[in-house]
Design a protein around this ligand. Structure first.
Ligand code: C2O
Ligand code: CU
Length: 519
């Protein structure tokens, strides 16, 4: 840790990487249970028929640990699946062989700031960064992805993401091939099978990247044969900006067993689920009653995202810009219906399981214990003069405002508001409204209030049954006009973490800020 700390102090405030300080080394008195060497590099892969596609890939090698600690999804552009137990120690030696700077963020984990992948820790091509931490979080589905300032979107888009699964402590859940990740992403390709990103279209960039093809687990194959048994699907929305309204095509309810921070106390039945970029949800699915060849599709239903890309002259700008600024074959806005993944039953019988009555214990944080319970901090997410801002500010590598400082071992309530605070720019601020997935690094929080009084009724009605405001979360969807209160405790570590919009284009445009845990 000392070596790491010296390496970091030389970062400059402009968002450049700490290239002058060179590599960071492993510490000798840290004895990991699992050690992985992970290299981010450009490779070309057979994703579509015909020409290979140039992607970025996390290539991982297990240096210490058991075979199950590290696996690859065959044929996928995604990085590995890391599996580990709570209480174990992990070392990841990250080597950057990308043309640009990068750093890995362990999304959802409670780890020290210098292990969290703050953009100030980004390393240049040829350098390495050593992560060493103890896994303290609840069993669940977490993930990792790059986090360099201003270029997170393109790096994730090109394939850099992987799963970090903290293994179950509860028995009786589907396991082995019956326990599967489903990473949902959208991509677009040109006629040479190369990935197309948003660089060419300022309006698409403003909205966030929306692709016209679905990839599941980093592959184009959108069907799977399943046995007639019970499965657990760990669903991650790994898309840059696309929000899904998940539903089963046969109208059956989704049985939800877990959120970002692991298992719920009890399962919940939902007609559909809203899943914003960065969020995870786990669902239970029993195919026992299926006959061979029966199938069911996981779909994304149409919804009203409340997107307004210009309210001047009564809904004008969007209409006036037409296809032009949005690009010729614009994939449209968030909220269009899509088919995601189809499950087709085999002849084979699998195990049929019942959902355990009690899945886990959730210790509720008592909001009245918060030091600012009577006057929660407010974080306004909105567009100001074509910038995505939080309380009027964009990201600065070092800066922490007074309202972003918290004290170690305290509990606070933060209210996130999609919309401006009513002061200042007025109409100009309101010109663009979009949903924002809000994410806070370094901890899990609980959602205590979702205030819809400022929302358009149409928008609310099209999403209202899709939220799970129970259990532990690290990311949540903030629809236009919505206000969400979360309660969280700042424990164990001091230093700077970030919080931001997980629409990666918004994040790259600066809709991200530091918060600092002070001693
Ligand atoms: Cu998954 Cu700061 O992000
Ligand atoms: Cu956003």
């Amino acid at each position: 840790l000392l070596l790491i700390a010296t390496g970091l102090s030389a970062c400059n405030a402009q968002g450049k990487s700490n290239s002058k300080t060179g590599s960071v080394k492993a510490t000798s008195n840290f004895n990991p249970d699992v050690e992985i060497k992970m290299t981010a590099q450009p490779v070309s892969m057979q994703l579509l028929d015909g020409k290979k596609t140039n992607v970025f890939h996390y290539e991982a090698k297990l240096i210490k640990g058991k075979a199950r600690n590290l696996s690859e999804i065959p044929g996928s552009y995604l990085g590995p699946v890391i599996k580990i137990k709570r209480g174990q120690k992990i070392r990841v030696i990250f080597k950057n062989n990308l043309p640009r700077e990068s750093i890995i963020h362990w999304h959802g984990l409670h780890i020290p700031p210098e292990m969290d992948g703050h953009p100030m820790h980004a390393i240049d091509n040829g350098e390495q960064y050593v992560y060493e931490f103890t896994v303290v979080d609840r069993p669940g589905t977490y993930w990792f992805h790059p986090h360099p300032d201003k270029i997170t979107g393109p790096q994730v888009y090109r394939g850099l993401a992987g799963l970090f699964i903290i293994e179950d402590e509860l028995k009786g859940l589907p396991s082995g091939e019956y326990d599967q990740p489903l990473v949902i992403q959208d991509r677009s390709f040109d006629s040479d099978n190369q990935l197309v990103y948003v660089e060419e279209s300022p309006m698409q960039r403003m909205q966030g990247f929306l692709g016209d093809q679905i990839f599941i687990n980093g592959k184009k194959n959108l069907t799977q044969n399943v046995n007639k048994g019970t499965y657990r699907f760990r669903i991650l929305n790994g898309s840059n900006a696309r929000i899904y309204k998940l539903a089963w095509s046969d109208g059956s309810e989704l049985k939800v067993i877990a959120t970002d921070g692991g298992l719920l106390e009890k399962s919940l039945n939902k007609p559909y689920l809203m899943l914003a970029p960065g969020e995870r949800v786990e669902i239970w699915k029993d195919f026992s009653d299926f006959k061979p060849n029966d199938n069911v599709t996981l779909e994304s239903l149409a919804f009203n995202s409340g997107t307004s890309m210009g309210r001047m002259g009564g809904g004008g700008m969007m209409g006036n810009m037409g296809g032009g600024m949005m690009g010729g074959n614009s994939p449209g806005r968030n909220g269009e219906a899509m088919e995601l993944y189809t499950f087709i039953a085999n002849e084979d019988k699998g195990k049929s399981l019942e959902i355990p009555q009690t899945l886990s214990q959730i210790k509720e944080i008592e909001p009245t214990k918060a030091v600012n319970y009577d006057s929660p901090k407010q974080f306004h997410f909105y567009n100001e003069r074509m910038n995505w801002v939080i309380n009027g500010e964009t990201f600065d590598m070092e800066e922490v405002a007074d309202w972003e400082k918290v004290k170690l071992s305290t509990t606070e309530v933060w209210q996130f508001i999609n919309g401006d605070d009513g002061s200042g720019m007025g109409m100009m601020q309101d010109m663009m409204q979009l949903p924002h997935p809000a994410h806070i690094h370094g901890l899990q929080f609980q959602i205590i209030e979702r205030d819809i009084s400022g929302m358009d009724a149409d928008v609310w009605n099209s999403v209202k049954d899709g939220f799970i405001d129970k259990g532990w979360q690290d990311t949540f969807l903030l629809m236009p006009g919505m206000k969400v209160k979360v309660v969280m405790s700042f424990r164990d570590f001091t230093g700077k973490y970030i919080y931001h919009c997980h629409n990666l284009e918004h994040e790259d445009m600066g809709m991200m800020r530091n918060y600092e845990v002070l001693p």
